[in-house]
Design a protein around this ligand. Structure first.
Ligand SMILES: O=C(O)CCC(=O)C(=O)O
Length: 332
């Protein structure tokens, strides 16, 4: 099948028009139970597969995280960052408004020397007390953060279930967390979610989750399937949480002037192992931030791994040449 870019898939297949015209948000959100009512909070999450927590993180911390990104990361045009869409280390691709198009993955693995403030604020933000409390209620135990990302522009994330890529050892136990680091403009390419989609079989689940076939089938299910699709308006500091079996993604950006800055994380129960690409994870090291275990994935085990990391961090020009050579070898 022809390889289609994610943007094309979502523009062709998504959204149902009414998501753009009548974004569902405020009407439902006042019904969301707060973490002050733990039983109701958990019951809602288990039934709907997601929940929204307004004002989970302070504005000050959100602003500090974004500012650190702009000072340390955005302008590093030579640097290589692990990307969510490709799973590879790549330089920034900028949108026409100058936003970083593809989110950075695993902020905990960033060099502390090169990006000290951004790494610190990002991990602090994603382990805030309100997040930990919500996670604790939903797991009945503390959580372990196994994956993180930072979004600036919109990569137009294809409709997917996280559980097709990464999950707790007990499938469906992982929880995703998306914290808006600014007020997300309705035209910025909002996050969409299919409430209750964690309960049903979905087309695409038998395909390779990285294939175009998977992405098309999932997009068709969002558009034509039996479930509602919502796209809540999020303000700075608001947090959306979802079950790893819930279908979600991002709408195409309607107005390229707007960014959609956010910090995201995936948590598993602290007592659980986790699956990565449905394999046992090799990532054995961790750091503790705000009493929360954060798993590191950077390959430090072998001297080759350490050398690769050092070249990528401190000699990005040389790393770029090596990457280009490797790519040329693959295409020849
Ligand atoms: O915000 C997005 O574009 C998608 C984020 C996502 O899929 C995730 O965090 O699992």
């Amino acid at each position: 099948m022809e390889q289609l870019c994610n943007e094309k898939i979502n523009v062709m297949r998504l959204p149902r028009e009414e998501i753009f015209l009548f974004p569902r948000n405020g009407d439902a959100c006042e019904q969301y139970p707060s973490a002050e009512q733990p039983r109701a909070f958990k019951a809602w999450f288990e039934r709907e597969g997601y929940i929204l927590v307004r004002g989970a993180v302070s504005e000050k911390l959100c602003k500090a995280g974004v500012q650190a990104f702009q000072q340390e990361v955005l302008h590093d045009r030579k640097g290589f960052f692990e990307r969510h869409a490709s799973g590879r280390y790549e330089r920034h691709v900028l949108t026409e408004s100058g936003f970083m198009k593809y989110p950075i993955m695993n902020l905990q693995d960033l060099s502390e020397k090169k990006y000290p403030k951004f790494r610190k604020f990002a991990l602090d933000l994603l382990t805030q007390k309100n997040i930990q409390r919500a996670i604790h209620i939903l797991f009945d135990e503390p959580g372990r953060m196994v994956h993180t990302m930072y979004f600036d522009g919109n990569q137009t994330t294809w409709a997917h279930r996280d559980g097709h890529y990464i999950d707790s050892q007990q499938e469906g136990k992982m929880i995703g967390v998306w914290v808006a680091a600014e007020d997300i403009h309705p035209d910025a390419g909002r996050f969409f979610i299919l409430p209750r989609s964690h309960r049903s079989a979905v087309p695409g689940e038998l395909c390779d989750p990285n294939s175009t076939d998977y992405k098309l089938r999932m997009a068709d299910f969002v558009r034509d399937g039996p479930l509602d699709c919502i796209s809540p308006l999020l303000r700075r500091g608001d947090m959306l949480m979802w079950n790893s079996q819930i279908i979600h993604g991002s709408l195409p950006t309607a107005d390229l002037r707007y960014s959609r800055r956010s910090f995201t994380a995936h948590y598993v129960p602290a007592s659980h192992k986790f699956q990565w690409n449905v394999k046992e994870a090799a990532s054995k090291r961790n750091v503790i931030i705000n009493n929360t275990e954060v798993v590191l994935h950077r390959d430090e085990a072998s001297w080759i791994g350490q050398l690769r990391n050092a070249v990528r961090d401190y000699l990005p020009g040389l790393y770029g040449v090596a990457v280009a050579w490797k790519k040329r070898g693959r295409t020849n």
